[in-house]
Write a protein that binds this ligand. Structure first.
Ligand code: NAD
Length: 249
């Protein structure tokens, strides 16, 4: 995977940081993007300490001008970008009757529109190379539904369906598009902040996971790296659940 360049969004910590580090281990130069470049310092340092290449980028993925500038910075530093991991996202726990237009808009603007903007801005490089890998991070809540998470699970459902459509549009150009709906991944900013809000108590959740443990960021990163590999060009438009067997399809 040497000479390849990836953009990983929402990569200051958690799943995004694990994906960035894992791709860097495979020889990929990585743009580590989060809301502010300063937030990405630890991830970038960890990659460099391990002998990899990375730069920190700041952008709100729902703001096209900011994304455009970050993508250009990455392109100028390492060259054309042919791998995108659309990981940045926000969650929302709110009873259905309390959803309002503002909350709906925030969640969909980041989780859905953000993934569209980032992919669009990188697409010219992939088209020029005739090769690309797009990995969307969705959520197992899109597969099963989740009480109190109508906006979030709905937005992630859109990601699952967008993957299918985009895979058909971009496949002929040598670009694959797949999505990973993680199960419950602990040790991330999102999961730690919302631990007390999960609709199902952790102990009960654990019992429903056949492999007998909660997920870790590296579980998602390993699947992500596989989807980005040269060898997986025939995997396209798929939903690759990484959830210990809790959701089987
Ligand atoms: N942790 C889980 O159990 C779990 C389960 C299913 C899906 N997911 C999904 O995995 C992804 C990563 O989640 P995580 O658990 O590592 O959470 P996290 O909160 O640690 O990571 C999300 C990152 O996205 C960034 N971000 C948010 N809005 C942004 C924006 N507008 N522009 C740029 N960056 C932005 C945040 O700053 C954060 O660093 C998310 O899309 C999440 O929905 C997580």
């Amino acid at each position: 995977m040497a000479n390849k360049v990836a953009l990983v969004t929402g990569a200051q910590a958690g799943i995004g940081a694990a994906c960035a580090k894992r791709l860097a281990r495979d020889g990929v130069a990585v743009g580590v993007l989060d809301l502010k470049a300063e937030l990405c310092a630890d991830t970038v340092q960890a990659i460099r300490d391990a002998g990899g290449e990375a730069i920190a980028l700041g952008a709100d993925i729902s703001n096209r001008a900011e994304v455009k500038a970050a993508v250009q910075q990455l392109r100028e530093t390492f060259g054309p970008i042919t791998i995108v991991v659309n990981n940045a996202g926000v969650t929302d726990f709110v009873p259905f009757e309390e959803i309002n237009e503002d909350r709906w808009e925030v969640v969909y603007k980041i989780n859905v529109l953000g993934q569209i903007i980032v992919t669009q801005e990188v697409l010219p490089d992939m088209k020029a190379k005739g090769w690309g890998r797009v990995v969307m991070i969705s959520s197992s809540s899109a597969q099963t539904g989740a009480v109190g998470m109508t906006t979030y699970s709905g937005s992630k459902g859109a990601v699952v369906t967008m993957t299918k459509t985009l895979a058909q549009e971009l496949g002929p150009l040598g670009i694959t598009v797949n999505n990973i709906p993680p199960g419950s991944v602990m040790g991330t900013i999102m999961s730690e902040a919302n631990r007390h809000r999960f609709p199902i108590p952790e102990q009960q959740l654990l019992q429903a996971i056949p492999v007998g443990r909660m997920g870790e960021p590296n579980d998602i990163a390993n699947a992500c790296a596989w989807l980005c590999h040269e060898d997986t060009g025939y995997v396209n438009g798929q939903t690759i659940g990484v959830n210990g067997g809790r959701v089987v399809s």
